[in-house]
Write a protein that binds this ligand. Structure first.
Ligand SMILES: [Zn+2]
Length: 171
C-alpha cells in the first residue's frame, strides 16, 4: 500500500510504502528530514485488509478518486481538435469525425481503466494499491462538510492575532 500523507490543507507531507501485514506505527521521510508521523493502525484495517479508518487521522470515511493523467488527456484532446480542424478545413468532414470519435473512445478507455484509490475525507491522505469495497463511493459534499478540518484551528497558528481595537482618543 502506498500512502500519500497530506496535512489538513491537502498539501503533501510524505509518501510512504507500507506492508499492510506489518504496518509501521511511525513513518519518517527516507532522507530523515521532516517530522516523524505516527500512524494508528488499531482498527484501521479489517481482517481482509480493507481500510476502515484512516491511520493518519482516524477518520472513518474515504472517497474514491481516479488516477487520470490530466495532462495526457488534455494534450490528446488538443491534438485531436487541431487534426480534426485541419481535415475539416480541407473539406474532409468524415476523417475529422473519425479523429474525434477515436479520441472520445480513448478518453473513455482511460477513464474506465484508470486506477482508483481512496482519499481520507478529513486529512486528504491518499491510499493507493489497497483493496476497494463496493461501499466505497465518490466524493460526497455532505461527508466532506462533516469531516472538514476546523478553519479556525488551522489558521490560528499561521496568522498573527488581529490588532486590538484602537483606544478612543483622549481629549
Ligand atoms: Zn485521514
Amino acid at each position: 500500500m502506498r500512502i500519500d500523507i497530506k496535512d489538513n490543507q491537502g498539501n503533501p507531507r510524505l509518501t510512504v510504502h507500507v506492508d499492510p501485514a506489518n504496518p509501521p506505527t511511525v513513518v519518517k521521510a527516507t532522507d530523515g528530514r521532516g517530522p516523524a508521523i505516527s500512524l494508528d493502525w488499531d482498527k484501521a484495517l479489517d481482517d481482509k485488509g480493507n481500510l476502515r479508518h484512516c491511520p493518519v487521522c482516524g477518520c472513518p470515511e474515504f472517497y474514491l478518486k481516479k488516477n487520470v493523467p490530466q495532462l495526457t488527456v488534455f494534450a490528446l484532446i488538443v491534438a485531436a481538435a487541431v487534426i480534426a480542424m485541419v481535415f475539416y478545413g480541407f473539406g474532409l468532414s468524415t476523417p475529422a469525425l473519425i479523429v474525434l470519435a477515436v479520441v472520445l473512445g480513448l478518453d473513455l478507455l482511460i477513464y474506465l481503466y484508470a486506477k482508483r484509490y481512496l482519499v481520507c475525507y478529513r486529512c486528504q491522505s491518499e491510499f493507493h494499491d489497497t483493496p476497494l469495497l463496493p461501499t466505497d463511493k465518490a466524493w460526497d459534499a455532505n461527508l466532506a462538510e462533516r469531516f472538514a478540518p476546523p478553519k479556525d484551528a488551522s489558521r490560528g497558528a499561521a496568522e498573527p492575532a488581529p490588532d486590538p481595537p484602537a483606544a478612543p482618543p483622549s481629549s
